[in-house]
Design a protein around this ligand. Structure first.
Ligand code: GH3
Ligand code: MG
Ligand code: MG
Length: 427
């Protein structure tokens, strides 16, 4: 016999002494350890104590028969490997053995050669399964020992998932995960990411698979936002590699903290410290970009400068701190009412700028007028209201940032000269 057999332990249950003794010697030679018993009760006892890999049992025995014993063993371990030996070819026994998913049914007198061959076959299966299981365990260990969140998938099903991956989504098994998210794409929650459901599906339609899609994206943009079990959004860097012909290893690195730090750094550069709205630097950058877009696509672009009226007097009357509070109130109000596509920024002091994307002078003037009214009716608890004046203009061919800004500033000057608290536009 080859080395598949003597790695496993065997339990042999047989009530006839000479039969048991006769086969025991042969079985001892092919097993790691042989346990023998004379009846089902003793056999079950030995099974519970030693958990042998293979059970060979007679059917007709005193105290507890082989079928009864096997039924109890199967209740303990559904995958237990059982071979029946019986002098009875009655179909009732056979059917019971089949129902128990027995590994074999050998008629007595059993030829030794056949018994050993059967054991060898079962042993081979058991050992290969054990090795497989060990490999899975090793792989799971490697996956879990990394701090990263990892899965192996053929893009339809997941074959491996690290504990951290399952925990993140509040599930404990892959099965549970797949019930919650029928397709892997369902975990993607942010359409602002380049890697979003819609983009991936579009690419798949064009014959570009998930793997190719991710890898063609610039590394700095391989970011996905995922919602954890508590509903919190986390950012992950996604890395994907191919294993074999159908499987992919997807690795997710939590960069939430990094993203927050980056955002904080950006805020420092692009946000005004008093009002927290965008500052002049941000405005200049966006202004430059929007002028280019307007030139290229021939879409209207307008801007407005707004300046608080007599703010020096206001500060002198109520003090600088109240002045600051009013600047914050004004900023919050206008920011809240600024369209997503527009930009509102503090230019400096008590002067602010607005950029109206895809908007002509007439529409921009109306928007400015709305803001003027809004601020006029805004009441500071102790100092009452302030008013603002607006200068508005629209982008003209060959305008530079400077020439456009100058025209808006001229319009503002006009507004100040026509009694303030009004909007003037210039083209
Ligand atoms: P006008 O209607 O012509 O604009 O008059 P004005 O007084 O608003 O204009 P001026 O340019 O003479 O004065 C601007 C004032 O804005 C001076 C300053 O006290 C005030 N100011 C600028 N920045 C701040 C700030 O950050 N906080 C406070 N509280 N006041 C500021
Ligand atoms: Mg001013
Ligand atoms: Mg002013």
């Amino acid at each position: 016999m080859d080395n598949y057999t003597n790695k496993l332990s065997i339990l042999y249950v047989e009530d006839e002494d000479d039969v048991r003794e006769g086969y025991s010697r042969a079985l001892e030679r092919v097993s790691k350890h042989l346990y023998t018993a004379k009846n089902g009760v003793d056999g079950l006892e030995l099974y519970k104590k030693h958990k042998p890999d293979i059970i060979i049992t007679d059917i007709r025995m005193p105290r507890m028969d082989g079928i009864e014993m096997a039924t109890e063993i199967k209740e303990i371990d559904d995958s237990a490997n059982i071979i029946f030996t019986s002098a009875h070819s009655e179909s009732a026994y056979l059917l019971e053995a089949i129902a128990l998913h027995a590994e074999g049914y050998l008629l007595k007198p059993v030829r030794k050669k056949l018994l050993l061959e059967t054991i060898q076959k079962i042993s081979k299966t058991i050992i290969l399964e054990k090795e497989n299981e060990e490999q899975r365990e090793i792989l799971q260990y490697i996956i879990d020992s990394k701090n990263n969140t990892t899965i192996i998938t053929n893009t339809k099903n997941i074959s491996f998932a690290s504990k951290s991956f399952l925990t993140f989504f509040g599930v404990s098994t892959i099965k549970e995960f797949q019930e919650k998210f029928p397709t892997l794409l369902d975990i993607l929650s942010n359409n602002d990411d380049l890697i979003n459901k819609e983009n991936i599906l579009k690419n798949i339609q064009n014959g570009i698979n998930f793997y190719e899609f991710i890898n063609q994206i610039d590394e700095s943009l391989r970011v996905v936002t995922l919602k954890d079990a508590k509903g919190e959004l986390k950012s992950f860097y996604i890395n994907i590699s191919k294993i074999g012909s159908v499987n992919y290893l997807i690795n997710l690195t939590d960069i939430t903290r990094l993203t927050q730090v980056k955002e904080a750094a950006e805020n420092k550069v692009y946000r005004d410290s008093l009002t927290k709205i965008y500052n002049r630097e941000k405005f200049e950058e966006v202004f430059e970009y929007e002028i280019k877009q307007s030139k290229r696509y021939n879409t209207p672009l307008s801007m407005a400068i707004l300046d608080i009226d007599f703010f020096k007097d206001f500060n002198d009357t109520y003090g600088h701190l109240i002045g600051d509070e009013v600047l914050i109130m004004l900023s919050k109000t206008i920011e809240q009412h600024t369209r997503e596509s527009d930009l509102f920024a503090r230019w400096g002091g008590e002067e602010f700028v607005l950029l109206f994307n895809n908007t002509n002078l007439e529409a921009a003037t109306k928007l400015a007028e709305n803001f003027r009214k809004m601020i006029e009716s805004l009441q500071h608890p102790s100092a009452g209201n302030i008013t603002i004046s607006f200068g508005v203009t629209q982008y003209k061919q060959d305008d530079t940032r400077q020439s456009m800004f100058k025209r808006a500033d001229d319009a503002l000057y006009e507004a100040k000269n026509s009694g303030r608290n009004c909007v003037k536009s210039k083209y």
